[in-house]
Design a protein around this ligand. Sequence first.
Ligand SMILES: [Zn+2]
Length: 368
Amino acid sequence: MAESRCHIEVVPILPLHGHVALRRRFAASVERGALPGSLLIHGPRGVGKQRLALWLGQLLLCRAAGDAPCGECQSCRYAADLVHPDLRWFFPRPRLTEGDADVDDVLGDYSDAIAERAKHGGLYVPPSGSEGIFVSTVRAIVHLASYTPSLGTRKVIVVGDAERMVPQEGSEFAANAFLKLLEEPPQDTTIVLTSSEPGSLLPTIRSRVVAVRAAPLPESDLRGWLADPVVQKGLAELDSLPSGMEARIHMASGKPGALLGGAAARQAQEAATALLAALDAGRAERVRAVFALGGSKARGFFMEVLDALTVQLRDRAREAAASSKTERAAGAARGIDAVERAKERAAGNVNPQLIGAALLKELRELGA
Ligand SMILES: [Zn+2]
């Protein structure tokens, strides 16, 4: 299967911190050959469920025997670099095209998205509201499950934020194939779903998986995570975070991912504020605000910015209406519609900066 993968510097992802009891439980099941074929790891957002699922995948594929991945064999190294062909990771992504993307399109898109995550030690911000696991992805998962493993004797498929699987019209066939896969995975395949909203999972999915709960990390594990140089570097880029260790521990409250998500949301707020401020400013300001939206890799972030824009324009419309500035209120309301149209375009494969520039022009013309 052809995959487009640009050559970038690969660094191993962050080691898993915490979840010691669950790790022991998983390792014991693997050793007894009693690990269920389909699992659901659920628990609060940001506790590291997907990282734990990847750890379990690495353990299943490791060539050495033991209660943890050896970290040295070829399989472990590929897994730690997120390039193992038999350890597949899926999560919400922007919808690829208006029509149906084929399996190669989907795998190419994930290959790029995973390479981007790998650059940051496997750290990532939570998906934006418009990202999902669309039917083309479900088809790719079903397709991969039917393949013979490339390197060893097993394969593992991790599906993060599984509640974001989007039922689509005409997708019944793929949905049924996926349910059948969960119910009876091939002998050599383990499927691990994760979800922080297991109540939103389709009951037909929930009833086919064995659920285990991942709890928030104890403070000692959180300290270990925060002390990791890769984490420190990643968090240093998010300058809106509190700088002290104690303040960060307090803010995370057992969910390391909460630090990433909170900071990303604040950055999106700031980018939206800058875009609105640039409406009445000079051309240089507008160019700067658009540039800050990032290139095609930043689509998730861009979606957050658009969501923040909607909220800020709504506030603007409300304030204008309250002080009887009806023309300004109407302009802001028209602006909200323009942002909605931009969201539709952004769900496709268009560069955020292009959409941002067009949106800014439109908002000026609409008097938003
Ligand atoms: Zn190994």
